[in-house]
Design a binder for this molecule. Sequence first.
Ligand SMILES: [Zn+2]
Length: 435
Amino acid sequence: MLEQEVETRPWDEQLALDDAAYREQLAYLLARSAFYLEKLGAAGLATAEDAGGLAEIAGLPLTEKSELKKTATPESPIGTHLCADASEIVRIYSTSGTTGTPSYIPLTVRDLDDWVTGSARSYAASGITAGQRIVSTYNAGPFVAGAALASFDRIGLCHVPVGTGNTERLLRAVELLHPEAAVLTPSYAEYVIEAAADGGLDLAGSSVRRVLVAGEPGGGEPAFRARLEEGWGARVTEAMGIGDIGISLWGECEEQDGMHLGARGFVHPELIDPETTESIPFEDGASGELVLTHLRHQAAPLLRFRTGDHVEVRMSPCPCARTGPRVRCVGRTDDMLLVRGVNVFPSAVRDVVGTFVPRVSGYVRVRAERPGAKQEPPLPVAVELAQGEETDPELAGAIRERLRAVLVVQTRVDLVPWGSLARDEYKGQLIERRT
Ligand SMILES: [Zn+2]
């Protein structure tokens, strides 16, 4: 464990420390953030005392990404939630949004150090230790993922960056440099299994013993994870962060039962119902959209920020001795479909279909026929057959039946030939919308 004393601290002690930090963060926001001065003022809160402590946090307004973007102007490109002086900012990341102006994420020296500390705890939870080699496939340049790379130095790893979308370079590094670990998006980890087989590399027999996945949901889905573990001959654990709040805030330990909060002391987690935005108690077995609050951020702290990640919470003690909550991300709230009142996440569909490997390749597309979440049954699902496998109505029927039994959703399963669903070398697309 990287920081035994912090990571095994009883959770109620952590919450008491966090409560004190939160009250200071509120006072800081009201003193420095034009955005929150206005937002909290509109909610009738003029002082930090009015807002109370963490126990009362659900009474405060939520913050959405779109609100922050709206306050960004050419004169104030970061937005009115910026709290620090220009001289205090040491790093500005951008989001990878595909259209328009990116949003900017500023950090002070301490913010950056907190990011790296939390990320290092999260990644170290996987079991990788100082002296081992890790090959990374992050696009480090402008994006927040770049800050995660510093956490590998913090752990004491020998870091071999190969960048995004350079599979040939990745495979050569695995073959020649013998890394113990690799870090990638789950979609890319899946893609690399095929690419290695095509290139004649025995990935399962390689030096890689740990595969750390992050960047998109799905790495914790049991059947999908089992497929990655078989293809890589490695243990797969996942990590998760969110650009505006922090990198790799959460990281899974070797028990593989949800991600521990590596960024404990830096952020406070809550759950809400994504439809009604009502608060959901953060307790064992609960699920909902993850909402995060900075506890000691300086550059642009956020309060009750909606992450868009739909998670399940585990509060039971973990055999690794780390305390506090664990979460498993089941999907993005944006990707959640509602079929006759039942929530369906495309990554869950992929996981169920994955139990039919080796007859299918494991690649799926959920084809949403309407905009938004609400869909009419049967929900069309394209399932790619394995190489050399012929289409078979009985197989389609068996997949449809298992989807109905596990996810309680009526689907129409269309079997499509091997290789017909596009592979992605970064983040995968599980849902296709007819617009
Ligand atoms: Zn654990």
